[in-house]
Ligand binder design. Structure first.
Ligand code: 7TS
Length: 416
């Protein structure tokens, strides 16, 4: 007799159920049902996050780390719990390697400024890539200008993939840090970051990953990657705006000087000399964004409840379907055709300006982003001024892809 077949115990991913968690999705824009495809810019918030914010301000607010009273102790406990949640989310070794920042931008600026102050000197080199967001370009330009160091750039190929051999050639004993994105916000390319880190470490060069577009889509393990710095934003992963994470390896953070001065980050202060607090507080000057940190914790719990496995599998299916459907449109060209991609599609249609396409789609209730997506040098690399970008979250559906395709056909008819 045959063995009985194992019965699947895991419920299939139920997108309709998930959509019910996001009240904002259930509305009309220009009298059409909203189709929100601008998730790479910022994703929407589940009820659990909205409720956490309301609950905090209604019943729990007080400043953290300073009061002996009940509310302050409770707020401190909830706040510090989220540090633990963020630590587990990316599998950091220590909770004190998690620094709360305003977002990815501030996380990169913190490292560029503080690491740069200590470790970058005249004649040194900083290595970034051609597909970086401005927030992983400009902070390095500032430190290079300040120190007389040089910014070197890893090129990308026509598919929008980093050219690994070029990276190897650019690495040298002059390189002080490599800063690249984990996933490109414009192309969707998932970079071979583990390989990049391995190579850089052969030269004892630390690597910062801009993971703003990675954490919303995939499970990360900073210890497995052996990343030195890992930066991401809550608002792109279903949490509130104004909060982000800098993960840094203890050994680097210990050596780096403070980024900002003020309360919280000190041990003792006299007019003659100030000594600094331990990690992570050394890098968290001033009253932090308590409410949004706590609500960010709710977003992490929410992601946990769905599970990265389901998220990645569903978004892959959506990406494949959308790519196939979009390519059926005559004259549509996808910018960013890497083999390994997250659910982001940039495209151009005939010679029509992306802004005009975006405006017509908006009239149909479809939200996409148009323009250079804060990656101007990448646009120059492809000889274009911008693209239309549809970026998908796990609450998007194949039906919404069909609405997008219909909208694009209409735009084409009106604008050609
Ligand atoms: N790095 C990448 C790869 C990003 O995509 C973004 C934001 C940032 C850094 C900056 O993040 P922030 O939260 O500090 O602003 N990207 C986008 C985008 O693609 N469209 O709008 C913002």
């Amino acid at each position: 007799m045959n063995e009985p077949e194992a019965i699947a115990t895991i419920a299939p991913f139920d997108v309709q159920k998930v959509r019910n968690d996001f009240p904002i999705l259930n509305q009309k824009v220009h009298e059409q049902p909203l189709v929100y495809l601008d998730n790479a810019a910022s994703s929407q918030k589940p009820k659990a996050v909205i409720e956490a914010l309301e609950k905090y301000y209604t019943a729990q607010h007080s400043n953290v780390h300073r009061g002996v009273h009940y509310l302050s102790s409770r707020a401190t406990e909830s706040f510090e719990n989220v540090r633990g949640k963020a630590q587990r989310l990316i599998n950091a070794k220590h909770a004190h390697e998690i620094i709360f920042t305003r977002g990815t931008t501030e996380a990169v600026n913190l490292v560029a400024s503080s690491f740069g102050k200590k470790f970058i000197s005249e004649g040194d080199e900083v290595l970034i890539s051609e597909m970086e967001h401005h927030s992983n370009i400009v902070p390095w330009q500032i430190v290079c200008e300040d120190k007389g160091a040089k910014l070197k750039v890893i090129p990308v190929n026509d598919a929008g993939e980093l050219i690994f051999e070029a990276f190897e050639k650019l690495l040298s004993e002059k390189t002080k840090i490599v800063a690249v994105n984990h996933v490109s916000n414009t192309l969707g390319t998932i970079n071979p970051v583990k390989k990049i880190i391995e190579k850089a470490h052969e030269f004892n060069v630390p690597v910062l990953l801009d993971a703003a577009q990675a954490v919303p889509h995939m499970k990360t393990d900073v210890q497995d990657l052996n990343a030195d710095f890992y930066c991401f934003s809550s608002h792109k992963m279903y949490g509130p705006t104004g909060i982000g994470i800098l993960y840094g390896k203890e050994k680097w953070l210990e050596e780096m000087p403070p980024y900002q001065g003020g309360g919280e980050m000190i041990e003792t202060v006299t007019f003659e000399k100030t000594t600094y607090n331990d990690l992570p507080y050394k890098f968290e000057a001033g009253t932090p964004n308590i409410a949004d940190v706590i609500a960010f914790g709710a977003a992490i719990d929410y992601l946990d409840s769905i599970g990265y496995e389901d998220i990645s599998a569903y978004e892959k299916e959506l990406l494949e379907y959308a790519t196939e459907q979009l390519l059926n449109i005559n004259g549509l060209r996808i910018i960013g055709t890497a083999e390994n991609k997250a659910s982001v599609i940039s495209f151009l249609m005939d010679e029509i300006h992306p802004y005009d396409i975006g405006t017509i789609l908006d009239q149909l209730g479809i939200a996409v982003r148009t323009g250079h997506h804060c990656t101007e040098p990448l646009m120059n690399r492809f000889g274009i001024s911008g693209t239309v970008r549809a970026s998908f979250a796990f609450y998007n559906t194949k039906e919404e892809v069909d609405v997008l395709v219909k909208g694009l056909l209409k735009a084409k008819e009106m604008l050609s």
